[in-house]
Design a protein around this ligand. Sequence first.
Ligand code: HEM
Length: 323
Amino acid sequence: MNLPTSPISSAHHAQAIEPQSIDTPISAAAAFLVLVVKDDASSIAVAQSVVASTDDLVKDVRIRAKGGLFICNVGISHRAWRPLTGKPLPKELKPFQEVRGTTHTAVATAGDLLYHIRAASMDVIIEFERILLEAFGTAVDVIDDVAGFRYFDGRDLLEFVDGTANPDGLDLAAATIVAEEDPDYAGGSYVVTQKYLHDMAAWRSQSLQTQEAIIGRRKFDNVELPDATAGQKSHKTLCTIEDADGEHDILRDNMPFAAPGRGEYGTYFIGYSRHLWVIEKMLERMFIGDPPPLHDRILDFSKAVTGVTFFAPARKFLGSIAG
Ligand code: HEM
């Protein structure tokens, strides 16, 4: 990519690398729709045209949304990247790597397209998904469709406030958006998703002190606890990645989901990162432990049942996918 030489070319450059809506604050409602694109040429052609028209479809629905809040980010997997885009892979894009610890495993599961949809209420999300899936027709198989909701003051179903340490201001783009290290894909972001199911009875049987030590924050007022210097580390300490360049943050837009009648209570983890290796490192520290085998104790009450990696390219790139 050439460097811009005039105000107009600067504007064009800025447009070319404008990210999708990565920086939207956590909403009251969200959905995570994971699809696999069928391998035949006509299914791929349909998928290309639906993906490329996402922006238009979003506009059709956004104007009907309460408060005008309607956001949809699209991620594409390693497997689907070349067939859908016809372009070389973003530098770090690869399939989700299973992480097998002594006790728990971060499983790898199927998924070619991720639609991460956010709004102030569920009605417009359902409407969007219906129209979107109609457009895909038989070109895709739906692998997962999870409806997330805001739980009181932004808590997960383990009842801790979730998302506090997310980067903000200029730190947000620095942590989540690919830049000069991969110029062809500047403006994109790596996205990792995992669906976790909680064992609520086992979690509730833990004392408040044990729960707080596992997370690394106080439950009621969300105040951070000091890091353990040796032995078992808390979740927040295991997910803090530091090296000679300083601390490497990611953006999490986790949402609780539940079906009480089926006894299902979970957290849909979604992390956006400029560098895929940062999320991989967090998973390694959680599942294998630091030091091994002292895994993240959150996993003793939360089972990862899916794991998929995507790349959410710049907005303009998405619109230009050949049909
Ligand atoms: C069962 C699934 C999970 C739950 C319920 C959960 C919940 C939480 C909570 C309550 C916090 C503390 C408050 C905050 O800063 O948000 C936290 C922090 C964090 N979590 Fe998770 N989390 C889960 C999975 C993950 C996974 C899979 C990753 C990364 C691969 C991750 C990365 C982080 C990071 C980076 C922090 C902030 C650490 C810091 O203080 O700098 N979490 N999580």
